[in-house]
Design a protein around this ligand. Structure first.
Ligand code: CTP
Length: 402
């Protein structure tokens, strides 16, 4: 299935910053995702990086001067301003923010920013004091009020040795934000989506726990797709490796009991609840207050069942609210999934086979079916987690209308 970058023309504006070299990675990831990238290097950017790298990565001429248009009508700034689907300025210096905020047009990039109606995304990178300066902050406010978007900056140690906000945010976060802006399908605009994700860790003692191998990739993919479609997204996440989208509200929890509490206090206000977490079925009755010692003797643990979060939501669902669950099964997949659909009062269950070669934990693709009450299972075959999330939200959008 085509993603949000497929066949999209993106102007990548690179401005003067020590982080300019990172724009090569951004360009390369955009090209990989199917975008046609037009690189633009300001004069200061060219002090840090050269056009040749960008030309090799994108296959397009890198624009370096305003008056190139005389030789090359393809990159004439008004033509590009009209054609582009997105302007991504990464890294964005204090100077380009100031020029864009005040309508100064003195080079190709600033001139074209004035001429475009495409969404504009800035990924700022600069010295912390420059970023925090009231002039820069005021410029950012002006640009936000005008509808421009921002990804980052991140905080950390900067090239100048200072510690604070000003680092170019990581490429994946820039791509996430760009994907949200490029996505044309906004059928979840105004909807609130709550997702549980990751594993739960049930403590045995202060340093050990019972857990599972959930990567959190499905929760991440679901959150991204819901954001792209215009929803407000909250993720209640147990421990997991996959990073969650910056635009989502993230509530971190460790145990099933914490996850239940976090869901109970938020679910009333949402339109869609998706249980994607691999919740531990049991917790240790009385976790030891200090570390278990290795005595060589056998150790007996008493486990108590954890509450079923999806079932709790099913019991307390408002009319019109849609709840979605997952069933990862090794055998008798459709029967087990159908039973869970009914027992948890779900509107949709995604059944995936975790037997043999098709282990869903940590994998990028799953063998899946969609089940809704009273309808035959819909097979999706082997599908990537990204494509699966599109199919899930297609169904959720229909369920919200019914
Ligand atoms: N789930 C939940 N809370 C639990 C257990 C499961 O919210 N305590 C949700 C999962 O997020 C998933 C669905 O219920 O959406 C099914 O989870 P799964 O672990 O497959 O099923 P269980 O009901 O725990 O049944 P079993 O482990 O016996 O297969």
């Amino acid at each position: 299935m085509p993603g949000p970058f497929s066949q999209k023309e993106i102007v990548l504006g690179v401005t003067g910053s020590i982080a300019a070299y990172k724009a090569c990675d951004i360009a390369s990831r955009l090209v990989e995702a199917g975008a046609n990238v037009i690189p633009v290097l300001t004069r200061s950017a060219q002090e840090f990086v050269g056009p040749v790298s960008f030309e090799a990565i994108t296959g397009n001429h890198a624009i370096t001067a305003l008056f190139e248009r005389l030789q090359n009508p393809e990159i004439e700034h008004i033509a590009v301003a009209r054609r582009a689907h997105l302007f991504l300025i990464a890294p964005a210096s204090a100077n380009i923010l100031a020029k864009a905020a005040h309508g100064i047009a003195d080079d190709w990039l600033s001139t074209t920013l004035l001429a475009t109606r495409a969404p504009i995304l800035f990924a700022p990178a600069m010295n912390t004091q420059m970023y925090l300066h009231p002039a820069t902050q005021a410029n950012i406010e002006i640009l936000r009020a005008r509808g421009c978007s921002f990804a980052g900056p991140a905080s950390g140690t900067l090239a100048c040795g200072e510690v604070g906000p000003g680092r170019l945010i990581e490429t994946s976060a820039i791509l996430e934000a760009a994907g949200v802006l490029l996505s044309e399908q906004k059928d979840l605009a105004g909807k609130r989506v709550l997702i549980t994700s990751g594993a739960t860790h049930e403590p045995l003692d202060p340093v050990r726990f019972l857990g599972n191998r959930s990567s959190g990739k499905m929760g991440r993919a679901l959150a991204l797709e819901a954001l792209r479609r215009g929803a407000d997204v909250t993720v209640v996440s147990g421990p997991a490796q996959a990073p969650l989208p910056h635009a989502a509200e993230v509530v971190r929890v460790k145990t099933a009991l914490d996850m239940l509490e976090a869901v109970q206090s938020r679910v009333d206000t949402v339109d869609v609840f998706i249980a994607a977490a691999a919740v531990a079925d049991y917790r240790v009755d009385a976790p030891a207050p200090s570390k278990h010692k290795h005595t060589g003797a056998s150790l007996q643990l008493t486990l108590s069942p954890n509450p079923d979060i999806a079932a709790w939501v099913g019991q307390h669902k408002r009319p019109g609210q849609v709840s979605v669950g997952f069933a990862a099964e090794t055998d008798d997949l459709l029967n087990h999934a159908g039973a869970k659909l009914a027992a948890k009062n779900l509107d949709l269950i995604v059944a995936n086979s975790v037997g043999g070669a098709h282990c869903a934990f940590g994998a990028d693709s799953v063998l899946a079916w969609l089940l809704t009450p009273g309808n035959p299972p819909e097979p999706l075959d082997l599908i990537s987690k990204e494509d699966l999330t599109q199919r899930i939200f297609d169904k959720v959008a229909l369920l919200l209308q019914s």
